[in-house]
Design a protein around this ligand. Structure first.
Ligand SMILES: Nc1ncnc2c1ncn2[C@@H]1O[C@H](COP(=O)(O)OP(=O)(O)O)[C@@H](O)[C@H]1O
Ligand SMILES: [Mg+2]
Length: 264
């Protein structure tokens, strides 16, 4: 049976590639396969971590764990919703094992990507390959509800124009905006450059990116089958949505003509 494209998607495989290239290493948070040892080490080092299914999508199965004190831990999961407190590491690990049973998970350092009023946000960055060149089709922010630990639109996140995030929600001046945009562009283009060889036929990717208080950008994951209806389509202004749709057509056409030229 042929291997289908979606079956290849793995946060660990993509993470391994991002970690092994100097151009992307600096943008990728510490990420490991979830084992008791890796979990113990990561919690000790970072205090706050995200656990994500290796082949997860749309925030399904995501868990956040925080070490609050020498022997106090907080855990929140999408599955159970409510936050739980544990007074012993072994009890915490039992719960993690139960919640993640039967699925491969990754453990990742938490990135503090929050607006000035304390809401989590991330950036959805869409890139397409046209005539062999990667171009950025659009970037939009997704702002979570207060108290929510993911930003996906079906869990209360709101797709928001990048300019609104930069000016109203982060208070950036023009210089700060240009500085972050430059870093973002480099991060997106380097990420698709190193990840695309694993999916040689793919004409588009979306990179999910966090942005911390020091204006560092951090790759959460690279999506190889990105949809635009749950993000760009929900923006009040549909310009980016239409732009990405027409770039998709252009990408397909340029690919077909390159393929037919190759067989000449
Ligand atoms: N390391 C992290 N630090 C902070 N928030 C994260 C981290 N990883 C993921 N998130 C949040 O969880 C959401 C879903 O994670 P993501 O890696 O994009 O998985 P998927 O979309 O495949 O479920 C992100 O959009 C972001 O809001
Ligand atoms: Mg995602």
């Amino acid at each position: 049976m042929p291997i289908k494209r979606h079956q290849v998607k793995s946060k660990l495989t993509v993470g391994y590639v991002l970690q092994s290239h100097p151009e992307t290493m600096k943008y990728f948070p510490a990420t490991e396969l979830l084992t008791k040892k890796n979990f113990t080490d990561m919690i000790r080092k970072y205090k706050k971590v995200y656990l994500k299914p290796d082949r997860g999508r749309k925030s399904r199965g995501i868990i956040r764990v925080e070490q609050e004190g020498p022997s106090a831990y907080l855990l929140r999961s999408i599955i159970k919703g409510k936050q739980h407190k544990f007074d012993h590491f072994n009890k915490l690990w039992s719960e993690v094992k139960e919640l993640t049973a039967g699925r491969r998970y990754v453990v990742q350092q938490e990135i503090k990507s929050v607006t000035n009023d304390g809401r989590n946000f991330d950036l959805r960055c869409h890139a397409l390959r046209i005539n062999g060149e990667w171009v950025i089709g659009g970037i939009c922010a997704r702002v979570g509800e207060l108290g929510n630990f993911v930003t996906t639109s079906h869990i209360g996140g709101t797709p928001t124009p990048l300019e609104t995030l930069f000016t109203d929600l982060l208070g950036y001046d023009n210089e700060e905006q240009s500085e972050v945009l430059e870093r973002l562009n480099d991060c997106i283009l380097q990420a698709v450059k190193v990840v695309s060889p694993i999916y040689p036929k793919n004409l588009e990717f979306a990179v999910d990116i966090g942005l911390d208080k020091e204006k560092q950008v951090w790759i959460y994951e690279v999506n190889n089958q990105p949809l635009i209806r749950g993000n760009f389509k929900l923006l009040p202004d549909k310009t980016l949505y239409h732009r990405i749709r027409s770039l998709r057509d252009e990408a397909r056409k340029s690919n077909e003509s390159n393929l037919s030229n190759n067989t000449d």
